[in-house]
Design a protein around this ligand. Structure first.
Ligand code: NAI
Ligand code: 2PC
Length: 352
């Protein structure tokens, strides 16, 4: 029997502890074995494929398969606990149709399903709606990257103690959840929002003011340019479909350490950040396998995978600019889908 998990069911169990642990496990599992930093988990994650839907740009289907072996998840019963190991064979099918939000009846640009398979028989065992899962795991990858590539350069407790200014460039689905999640996880003093259509940044600012604890003290500003949003930022999250650079080196703070989560830009991942920033930055990726195919022409060398830094602790220096070039990877989807499935399978959820 193939179980179907709807978007509503998935949404009900998505929590940050669950997703963050699964994403961190995936980032570590895909790192090539190194005797200096042993890890019991591993992954087989071939390059994903892109199929254009016709000859117009901006309409693509991605096929994202992965097997992740011996990795750890949080217990869905007690998110403080780490559960025993899992192994998961999965394939995500995701479409990116960038014109969808502008349709008469708007739809998300990114829509996904994850297929889960039985490890013993290869039979399809579940189909899970994967649109929110994709948003959450992508934001989670930025959170994990920020923890290790930015905060840890200032010490082991910095993510709990250090005040930061955050800029969100692009307030679509990704930008909205990045804004909420960064405020939920870190001590955000100032949150600057920029979007091409100003009203979208204003709407997000209004929603966040409703949600955020008044006591948090976060000052939310709607900005009229990426430069205004980024000039005092310690952390920048950029998630648009822009084929032209939206931020330049001159927009960043100098000599104080800046971390950029470069999340968007569709077919060419690195087009929304200017080459002069890459040339001054240390660039990290989620996985080399996709980078080889998808970051051709990247104007800087890749320093490491984020998972390598989690394992070896070679954090950037305090004043450096770091970029997490997030492409998204199938292992994250496999691990998060497994965590969601575990949470949805708890006996008390189905008392009969
Ligand atoms: N790294 C990863 O794992 C993932 C990356 N993405 C990427 O993140 C980006 C954003 O995705 P969503 O938030 O779901 O899309 P969305 O359509 O909800 O939001 C896109 C935002 O970018 C802005 N934008 C679009 N074109 C622009 C341009 N030329 N200049 C300035 N702003 C522009 C729009 O105003 C909109 O607010 C896309 O490039 C998508 O491919 C999405 C999912 C996963
Ligand atoms: O990893 C992912 O799901 C995606 N990356 C870019 C578009 C969708």
């Amino acid at each position: 029997m193939v179980n179907y998990y709807s978007a509503d069911a998935v949404r009900e169990v998505l929590t940050w502890p669950l997703v963050n642990k699964a994403v961190e496990s995936a980032l570590v599992a895909i790192v090539k074995e190194d005797p200096k930093t042993p890890s019991t988990s591993f992954a087989f994650q071939p390059k994903r494929t892109f199929t254009a839907c016709g000859k117009e740009p901006g309409k693509i289907l991605l096929t994202m398969p992965a097997y992740v072996g011996n990795y750890k998840l949080k217990s869905p019963r007690d998110p403080g606990e780490v559960e025993h190991t899992h192994s998961t064979l999965a394939c995500k099918l995701v479409t990116s149709f960038s014109g969808n939000p502008r349709r008469d009846l708007p739809l998300p640009s990114i829509q996904a399903h994850v297929l889960l398979f039985d490890n013993q028989t290869g039979q399809l065992s579940a189909i899970m709606e994967g649109t929110d899962l994709t948003t959450w795991r992508t934001v989670s990858a930025s959170l994990v990257a920020t923890k290790y590539l930015y905060f840890r350069r200032f010490g082991a407790q910095a993510e709990q103690e250090r005040n930061i200014n955050v800029a969100i460039v692009g307030c679509g689905v990704q930008g909205q959840l990045h804004a909420a999640a960064f405020c939920a996880h870190f001590r955000v003093r100032q949150l600057n929002l920029y979007n091409r259509t100003h009203s979208k940044a204003q709407d997000l600012s209004y929603q966040l003011r409703q949600k955020l604890n008044i006591e948090s003290g976060t000052q939310i500003n709607v900005c009229s340019s990426p430069n205004e949003a980024c000039q005092d930022a310690d952390i920048i999250c950029i998630a648009t479909y822009s084929k032209e650079p939206l931020i330049q080196l001159a927009d960043l703070k100098t000599n104080q350490g800046v971390h950029i989560n470069a999340v968007g830009a569709g077919e060419i991942h690195f087009s929304e950040v200017a080459p002069d920033i890459y040339q001054q930055a240390k660039v990290y990726v989620d996985c080399y396998a996709n980078a080889e195919a998808e970051l051709v022409g990247l104007p800087a060398p890749i320093t490491a995978e984020v998972g390598e830094i989690i394992l070896n602790g070679n954090y950037p220096r305090e004043a450096e600019i770091s970029i997490f070039q997030s492409m998204g990877m199938a292992s994250e989807d496999a691990c998060v889908a497994q965590a969601v499935r575990n949470a949805l399978s708890l006996p008390q959820r189905f008392p009969y």
